[in-house]
Structures are given as structure tokens and as C-alpha cells.
Design a protein around this ligand. Structure first.
Ligand code: SF4
Ligand code: FES
Length: 323
């Protein structure tokens, strides 16, 4: 008898090890049946369970107990059972709930993509494109914060934070002196550096890469270019702190920024050190391997804005917010 559990997601069956989450089982199948994930990050222990974008419907609990689960469940933190049947894009309930989740995430998130450094590679931008409403119903005032410089290389723009906790887990798990965390609760919760301590650690720059939105940005790249004007190249160098394998974002011979290489789910393949990220900005610092393919369903890989979608004129919705 096989030690693997069989799970069927949107009609596609796969066998995975017991304990695997529904999300990871879906990722092992791949394609459009994979639920979106804004807070789960496979490289970070304890991540997931915060954003609810990965909700799915379990239409059959298991072979032994085929009753469906009454409520939608977070696929990133629900383990599969043998014989389980799951619906993601085939479930109208899931698609409806996901719309609601996106609306919630956008309640406090400013609609400032045109001036946001993350535009073009923002997971929330992609998620809103797929599941968001054309217009916001929100009429209250959004919470706003001043921008904070966390050291000379990273800027925190808390207005855009969706409280996914990824940056906190990153600092906790790959650096040895986490200086920031989430303070307060509910709609008062915010990322804080405890009296704005500088995050100075050789791996601190990775919080920029794991942030799914434009809340943590690279000050050495901010406003230098839009991501769709620079070309990602695989490159490496010999580094004593990290693997030295990075993506260079170049225009001609100029290196505009250095990031970790990301996989199809937007997760870094290997965390990189600050020396590679911030101090090696010359093409001659690197052995350039060649162009890198953007595999994520991102606006910078699919030319989504060229599909001839009719965009309605912006409408004032109160308190100066437009959509
Ligand atoms: S700053 Fe970015 S990574 Fe950190 S909790 Fe907010 S959205 Fe998540
Ligand atoms: S990815 Fe599952 S709750 Fe955020």
C-alpha cells in the first residue's frame, strides 16, 4: 500500500506525502488551479494563515469521512487527507469569497500603483486584477502613516502594508537580531522597528524581496525606473556570505537593482546578502548568465494591460480616494 495520500483539486488528482498542505499539493500540480497566497511563504516556518486569499472549498473530507467541510478553509494551513476532494477555481463560493478578501485587503491599501515602486511585480496588484472589483465601496478615511527610513537602504511605507508577517518571519529566521515586528492589534496594528531602530544585518535586505506589496522598498532603486523598463538577468559572483546567485535588473550595461531570484510563486529561491544586493551595482562585479524569464502570472510577464480591456474613467468615491 502506498504511503502517499491522494487528493483531487479541481478534478486533477495527485499523490502527496501525509501532512502536505492543500496549497502545496496544488503547487505540485501547478497551473491555474493553484490558489493565490499573499502571506504563506514556503521558505519561512510558521508563515500563512493571515490573509485568507488561499481559501478553498473541501467538497469531500476524505475517503473515510466523505462529508464536505462546512466552511471554506485556508489551503496554506490545512493538511490534505487521503481521498480529499478540493475545489478552487471550480467553486463559485471560493471565487465570491476571494473577491471579498481582495476588497478587505484593499480597504486600507492606497490605490497608488502609478507611483508605487512595486507596481508591475506586486502580488496585490495581480490579485486585484484577477479578483478585485472595478470600484471600491469603501468610503471611510484610510489609515495613513509617514514613511520611515529603516537604515539607509530600506524604506517602510506602512500605508501599503497588508500585515502578512513575512518580513517579521524573515528577520526572525534568517538574521540573528530581529529589530522589527508588529505592534498593536486590529486596525491599529503596524510594522514597527521599536523606536525606529535601524535594521542593520547582513541579510536584512531580504525583507524587501518577501514583501508582497510596496511597503518595504529598496532605497537604492526607488524611482530610478519602472520594473518593466529594466531587464532581469541571471548573474552570480563568488560571495562568502551567500550563494551569490542573483537577478540583476539592467538597462543596457547599467545595473539598476539586485534582487534574489524568484520562483513561479514569487518566492525567493535563495536569500542573498546585503553586499550582493546593495554594494555590487556594476555589471563588472558579476558573471552574467543570460536573460531571466518571469514565470509568475505578473503584469510584467503577460502584457495584461494590453488585452484591450475597457477602463472606465476614475470616479471620486469620497475623501479624495479615486479608483
Ligand atoms: S511590510 Fe510587507 S512583508 Fe512586512 S508585514 Fe507588511 S506587507 Fe508583509
Ligand atoms: S496564504 Fe493562506 S492565509 Fe495567506
Amino acid at each position: 500500500m502506498s504511503d502517499l495520500f491522494k487528493v483531487t483539486i479541481d478534478g486533477q488528482t495527485v499523490e502527496v506525502a501525509p501532512g502536505t498542505s492543500i496549497l502545496n499539493a496544488a503547487r505540485s500540480i501547478g497551473g491555474e488551479i493553484v490558489p493565490p497566497a499573499m502571506c504563506y511563504y514556503s521558505k519561512l516556518k510558521g508563515s500563512g494563515g493571515k490573509c485568507r486569499t488561499c481559501l478553498v472549498e473541501v467538497s469531500k473530507g476524505s475517503e473515510k469521512d466523505p462529508r464536505p467541510m462546512p466552511k471554506l478553509v485556508a489551503s496554506c494551513s490545512t493538511p490534505i487527507m487521503d481521498g480529499m476532494e478540493v475545489k478552487n477555481i471550480t467553486s463559485p463560493r471560493v471565487l465570491e469569497a476571494r473577491k471579498g478578501v481582495v476588497e478587505f485587503l484593499l480597504i486600507n491599501h492606497p490605490l497608488d500603483c502609478p507611483v508605487c515602486d512595486q507596481a508591475g511585480e506586486c502580488h496585490l496588484q495581480d490579485l486585484s486584477y484577477e479578483h478585485g472589483a472595478a470600484r471600491s465601496r469603501y468610503e471611510e478615511e484610510r489609515r495613513t502613516y509617514d514613511r520611515i527610513d529603516i537604515g539607509d537602504k530600506i524604506q517602510l511605507h506602512m500605508n501599503r502594508c497588508i500585515l502578512c508577517y513575512r518580513c517579521v518571519f524573515t528577520a526572525d529566521q534568517i538574521t540573528n537580531d530581529r529589530k522589527h515586528g508588529i505592534l498593536f492589534r486590529g486596525d491599529k496594528a503596524e510594522i514597527s522597528t521599536y523606536i525606529e531602530n535601524v535594521i542593520e544585518n547582513d541579510f536584512s535586505g531580504n525583507v524587501i524581496d518577501v514583501c508582497p506589496v510596496g511597503a518595504l522598498t529598496d532605497k537604492t532603486f526607488r524611482f530610478k525606473s519602472r520594473v518593466w523598463f529594466v531587464k532581469p538577468m541571471n548573474a552570480h559572483r563568488s560571495c562568502t556570505s551567500c550563494s551569490g546567485k542573483v537577478a540583476l535588473w539592467m538597462s543596457g550595461d547599467e545595473v539598476y537593482r539586485v534582487t534574489a531570484r524568484k520562483d513561479t510563486y514569487g518566492e525567493v529561491e535563495e536569500f542573498i546578502c546585503n553586499t550582493c544586493r546593495f554594494d555590487k551595482k556594476k555589471a563588472s562585479d558579476w558573471i552574467i548568465e543570460g536573460p531571466r524569464k518571469i514565470e509568475r502570472t505578473s503584469v510584467i510577464s503577460l502584457n495584461k494591460y494590453e488585452k484591450g480591456v475597457k477602463v472606465e474613467a476614475p470616479k471620486k468615491i469620497g475623501y479624495g480616494n479615486t479608483l
